[in-house]
Design a protein around this ligand. Structure first.
Ligand code: XMP
Length: 321
C-alpha cells in the first residue's frame, strides 16, 4: 500500500543516515522480525550489511532453505550461513531439563555468532548491530536503547574483550501486523512474512526427553504434516500457533501396516490467542484433526498415536517445555 511504502522508505532513509559509511551485522532467525529488519538495512546500505544465519539444526522442515535461498533471492542480502547443528546436538546430548536446554541453545548461539563476527571484522570494523525490536518490546523494556555488549568468550587474536555495537532498530515504531505488511512491501517470501510464532530454541523444546538427530527428523516430518493440513483447511489466521510435541520417552502399543508396533505419541497443541500471555485450545474441526492423525501415523513410521492437548493457558503454557 501507499502508506506502507512510505513507512518503508522513511525507515530506509533513517538507517542510511544513522549508519553513514559504516558496516553492520544482523543475525537472521528465520522469523519475520529479523528478516524485515535486515531487508530494510540492506536497502539502505547494501553490501555493507552482512547477515549471519546460524542453523542450529532445530528449525522445522524447509525453514533453513527459506532463509538461505528464498530470502537471499528476494533481497540480495549478503549472507553467511553456519551449519552448527553438530555443535548444538553435541552440547544438548543427554539433556532433558527444559531450562537447561534453553540455556545451552542460547549460549551456543552466542558463541557461534561471535566467531562469525570475528571473521567479518577481519575485513574491517563493524560498528552496528541490527535488531528486529518492535514497538511492544520497546514499551515493555522501558524504552531504553543504544548499545549492545557481546561478551567475548575466547579472546583470540588481540580482539577487545567486549565488542561494542550501536544498535540499528528499524522496526522500533512498528507493531507486528505493520512489520508483516512491510515484509510484503519488501517482497519477502510469504512463508516468512506470515510465519506464526516459533520459539528461538526451536524443536529442541518440543521433544520431551533428550534431543537427538533421529528424534528431530521424526518431529520435523510430523510437524510439516500438521502445518500443511491446518494451512490447507484455511486455519492459519485463526490459529495462533500449533506446536507439535514429540513424547520421545513414552511408548505405546499400536498396530500399523502388517504388525504390532511399539512407537511414540505426538501431541498437537493448537491454540488461539491475542498475545501469547493467555491462550485457549483451538476447536479445530474433527475432520481436520482426523486427516492430520491419519497422515502422521501413515507417513511417519515411528509415530503410532496422535493426541490433542485441550488445556488452556493458564494453567498450561503453549509450549510443553
Ligand atoms: P509459553 O510456552 O510460555 O509460550 O506459553 C508463549 C509464547 O512464547 C514462545 N516461546 C518462546 N519464544 N524463546 C522464544 O523466542 C523461548 O524460549 C520461548 N518459549 C516459548 C511460544 O512459542 C509462544 O508463542
Amino acid at each position: 500500500s501507499w502508506t506502507m511504502l512510505n513507512i518503508v522508505e522513511d525507515s530506509v532513509e533513517a538507517v542510511r543516515r544513522q549508519v553513514g559509511e559504516g558496516r553492520a551485522i544482523c543475525a537472521l532467525s528465520g522469523g519475520v522480525d529479523s528478516a524485515v529488519a535486515a531487508a530494510i538495512v540492506q536497502r539502505a546500505i547494501g553490501d555493507r550489511l552482512t547477515c549471519v544465519f546460524v542453523d542450529h539444526g532445530l528449525l522445522r522442515k524447509g525453514e533453513a532453505e527459506q532463509v538461505e535461498r528464498d530470502f537471499v533471492a528476494a533481497t540480495g542480502v549478503k549472507l553467511r550461513v553456519v551449519d552448527a547443528s553438530e555443535r548444538f546436538l553435541k552440547a544438548l546430548e543427554g539433556v532433558t531439563d527444559p531450562e537447561e536446554k534453553r540455556k545451552i541453545i542460547g549460549r551456543e548461539f552466542i558463541r557461534v555468532f561471535e566467531d562469525e563476527q570475528r571473521a567479518i571484522m577481519a575485513d574491517g570494523p563493524v560498528e552496528f548491530l541490527v535488531q528486529g525490536t518492535l514497538y511492544p518490546d520497546v514499551v515493555e523494556s522501558g524504552g531504553g536503547t543504544g548499545t549492545a555488549n557481546i561478551k567475548s568468550h575466547h579472546n583470540v587474536g588481540g580482539l577487545p574483550e567486549d565488542l561494542e555495537f550501536t544498535l540499528v532498530e528499524p522496526l522500533r515504531a512498528l507493531f507486528k501486523d505493520e512489520v508483516r505488511r512491510a515484509g510484503e512491501e519488501l517482497g519477502l517470501p510469504a512463508a516468512m512474512v506470515w510465519r506464526q510464532p516459533f520459539p528461538g530454541p526451536g524443536l529442541g523444546i518440543r521433544i520431551v526427553g533428550a534431543v537427538t538427530r533421529d528424534r528431530l527428523a521424526i518431529l520435523r516430518e510430523a510437524d510439516a504434516i500438521a502445518r500443511e493440513e491446518l494451512s490447507r483447511a484455511g486455519l492459519d489466521r485463526q490459529i495462533w500457533q500449533c506446536p507439535v510435541v514429540l513424547l520421545a520417552d513414552v511408548r505405546s502399543v499400536g498396530v500399523q501396516g502388517d504388525g504390532r508396533t511399539y512407537g511414540h505419541p505426538v501431541v498437537l497443541r493448537p491454540v488461539t490467542s491475542e498475545d501469547a500471555m493467555t491462550a485457549d485450545w483451538a476447536r479445530v474441526p474433527y475432520d481436520v484433526l482426523s486427516r492430520i492423525s491419519t497422515r502422521i501415523t501413515n507417513e511417519v513410521r515411528e509415530i503410532n498415536r496422535v493426541v490433542v492437548d485441550v488445556t488452556s493457558k493458564p494453567p498450561g503454557t503453549i509450549e510443553w517445555e
